[in-house]
Design a protein around this ligand. Structure first.
Ligand code: ADP
Length: 398
């Protein structure tokens, strides 16, 4: 079964074409700067052949048509006809409380995605736009929506309710939703497979550490806690986002005369590693390099990043009554042996001990704790696109 996976942003369209029978990636890429100056198509085929060209596209429909042309191109294509695409899986950021699972897209499902726009004003309109572009370009091909929030819907009220008057939840949907659910779900399954243990027998703490970061407690297949909140601003220190902060700070800044837009930019775009490290970059590689070069402010930023992460791991370990594995994934979690080492060295009280040698291997699945650890540390590459592909197949072939 061939499945196209789409992740539509406001000015971008990411795509991955899979042959799901062997879970094989056939082609992937992105159209960037849609509707802006000099839109760009990057395309990579399974054999590593890549191309990068400026394209003239003003809408997601046009971007999708360009992608389609490449997929069936004589030289760089991967199939004879677009009719081979049997289903399309879409990343949708917010499914509110209505979706605890991926679902076939119907007019009613689109209405609910639309109703969730106030909860994800930047993402849901673009995700919906991607679905509607596919409906026009691939008439009759089923679309499946895979929600970032769905995996987290198993959280109990004590995890998802904020301590404000209850009517803000019952009437205004103010609660913790959590994000990165597709990645947390993928790595939780992949870790269970890698360890050769049943998925629903393991208690795992999955750390998705990328530009955006979040951590999730997965208790025998069900999310028990997660660090992002009603929005992706809460929780860990991120590239440019502040993570947990005293809400009184927001009030204080507002009382000083800062506008809502200014505070929004400050906390979402100028904080995190970018704001703390002072090296003009939100990229952990740059911050670590500066820290290694005795830049004390950069070193402090790394320490705060690690401190917050260890704080959550300890809390989740206790809340779940123990854990079998702490899992590191996404750009930083998969690739930075330095960050993994700094975190794992702090986990000795939980029975987790760093294996320096094994931890050096990066970018692939590995147990990076010593064999005598009662809490295992695992590095595990994530693959959100493949998870969306798998869910799409599951929904199409129940
Ligand atoms: P996104 O959240 O945008 O999907 P990624 O998961 O690709 O991001 O993670 C991107 C981040 O991963 C970069 O900001 C970079 O800081 C970090 N990263 C990638 N490789 C390394 C590495 N070798 N060491 C440290 N950090 C890394």
């Amino acid at each position: 079964m061939k499945v196209l996976v789409i992740n539509a942003g406001s000015s971008s369209l990411k795509f991955t074409m899979f042959r799901m029978t062997h879970e094989r990636m056939l082609a992937k890429g992105i159209v960037e700067r849609i509707g802006l100056d000099k839109p760009l198509l990057r395309y990579t085929r399974y054999d590593g052949r890549t191309l990068c060209e400026t394209v003239d596209v003003k809408s997601h429909d046009e971007a999708l048509r360009i992608v389609c042309r490449k997929l069936v191109d004589d030289e760089v294509g991967v199939m004879a006809s677009l009719a081979e695409v049997e289903a399309i899986g879409h990343r949708v950021v917010h499914g509110g409380e209505q979706f605890t699972e991926s679902t076939l897209v119907t007019p009613e499902v689109k209405d609910i995605i639309r109703e969730c726009i106030p909860l994800a004003p930047l993402h849901n309109p673009a995700n919906l736009g991607g679905i509607e572009a596919c409906e026009r370009v691939f008439p009759g091909v089923p679309n499946v929506a895979v929600f970032d929030t769905a995996f987290h819907q198993t959280m109990p009220p004590e995890s998802y309710l904020f301590a404000i008057p209850l009517e803000f939840y019952t009437e205004h949907q103010v609660r913790r939703y959590g994000f990165h659910g597709t990645s947390h779900k993928y790595v939780a399954h992949a870790t269970a497979d890698f360890l050769g243990k049943p998925y629903d027998s393991l208690r795992m703490i999955t750390c998705h550490l990328g530009n955006g970061s979040s951590i999730t407690a997965v208790d025998r297949g069900r999310v028990f806690e997660t660090s992002m909140g009603m929005t992706p601003l809460m929780g860990l220190v991120m590239g440019t986002r502040c993570g947990d902060i005293d809400p009184g700070v927001v009030l204080h800044l507002a009382a000083q005369g800062r506008t809502l837009a200014e505070v929004d930019t400050l906390l979402n775009k100028k904080s995190g590693l970018l704001g703390l490290a002072g090296v003009g970059s939100s990229d952990m590689r740059d911050v670590l390099e500066a820290a290694a070069g005795a830049n004390e402010q950069a070193e402090q930023a790394v320490r705060i990043f690690v401190h917050r992460l260890v704080f959550y791991i300890g809390a989740y370990y206790t809340l779940m009554g123990g854990a079998d594995a702490v899992v590191f994934t996404a750009g930083i979690g998969e690739n930075s042996d330095e960050i993994r080492a700094r975190v794992i060295r702090r986990l000795a009280p939980l029975g987790c001990f760093l294996d320096e040698e094994k931890n050096r291997a990066s970018g692939k699945a590995a147990i990076v704790s010593t064999p005598n650890s009662s809490l295992m540390a695992v590095a595990m590459p994530t693959n959100e696109e493949l998870m969306i592909g798998r869910d799409t197949v599951r929904i199409m072939q129940p």
